[in-house]
Design a protein around this ligand. Sequence first.
Ligand SMILES: Nc1ncnc2c1ncn2[C@@H]1O[C@H](COP(=O)(O)OP(=O)(O)OP(=O)(O)O)[C@@H](O)[C@H]1O
Ligand SMILES: [Mg+2]
Length: 377
Amino acid sequence: MKKRAPELAQRYLTALREHLGSRRPSGAATARELGHEVMSGGLNTLELARMHEQALVVLAASHDFANARNGMIRRAGNFFTEALIPLEKVQRATRHSLKQLQQRAETLRLHTAALAAGNRQLKREVRRRKAGEEAVKKGKAHYQLLFVQSQFMQKKLRHLARQILSAQEDERREISRELHDEVVQTLVGINVELAALGRAAAMGIGALRAKIASTQRLVEKSVSAVHQFARELRPAVLDDLGLIPALHAYMKIVAARKKLKIRLTAFAGVETLDSARRIVLYRVAQEALTNVGRHAQASAVAMSIVAIPGAIRMEVHDNGKSFQVPQTLSAKANKRLGLLGMRERVEMVGGALTIESAPGQGTTVRAEIPFCPTTAA
Ligand SMILES: Nc1ncnc2c1ncn2[C@@H]1O[C@H](COP(=O)(O)OP(=O)(O)OP(=O)(O)O)[C@@H](O)[C@H]1O
Ligand SMILES: [Mg+2]
């Protein structure tokens, strides 16, 4: 398009000359037309100005121009201004569109920024929801586990409760049998003796005295049997004198009854334990000694109570025959409560119970319960 520049320059010169030469200047329309052509020819304001300048140089050399230079320069200026108008209009329109374009670009930029912010927010929300879902899933699994564990515990508890009830029944049967065999038999004996006493009143004083003495022995026997029951059920000495005297008293009974040698060495500070913990130790010793007497066929038992860091340890060791500890404890059909009861009692006060049994080495029952001398009751 720019190829048309020389041709346009020539036409511009001709048109300007005509405009300047005519009496009534009528070149405004021509100038605008040329302006349009310059613009559609792809030329800009500067090139139009150059065309105008060249034309002026050419015209300045001519005779007419030399005569009336001042007026002509003004009229040539008007011509140039007319030619510029189309270009100016377009430029103004272009500037306007450019401004609009810039405004749109700015609006677009703002929208894009808002969209990006929205997008970021959305991503955050998605992440938050995913984390929430994960937490809910984990929570569900956790509660399922807790549910299963609680069902298991409930089952265990029901089983234990049943065992306790049946052990209670066994114990009642045992007490009733012993009451019958020991106390009732003795009381029947006393009655028989009293009847004999009635008859013996007719006898001499010597026979009467002998009868009274034997009746007294029967009464003493039943008194001591009742005492023994009371001691085994809840030894008063444990509350009145303490754990060590209570253990000594119980050891004496078992030693005599089962023909066993029992030795006790004890840390005196054990008496500062609260009464609940002392009873736990007493019951463990009681059950362990009963088991030795019933099952171990032992000849000697060594009992010890010592202080270890943070706890008190009690051991009951016998030299009798051993038994399979894990199998006995986990046996499904295990109806025995002794070992389980010991463990329950010790664990109830935050302690731990271990049992070791090996052929040729007898059995050791070890209970450790928390003990802190400064806080002990
Ligand atoms: N010191 C021991 N020496 C040898 N065997 C033992 C000893 N202590 C326990 N046992 C074995 O472990 C089993 C379980 O003992 P556990 O005290 O739980 O029940 P039990 O004494 O048979 O009955 P109970 O419920 O009346 O105590 C006993 O039957 C016995 O076979
Ligand atoms: Mg037992």
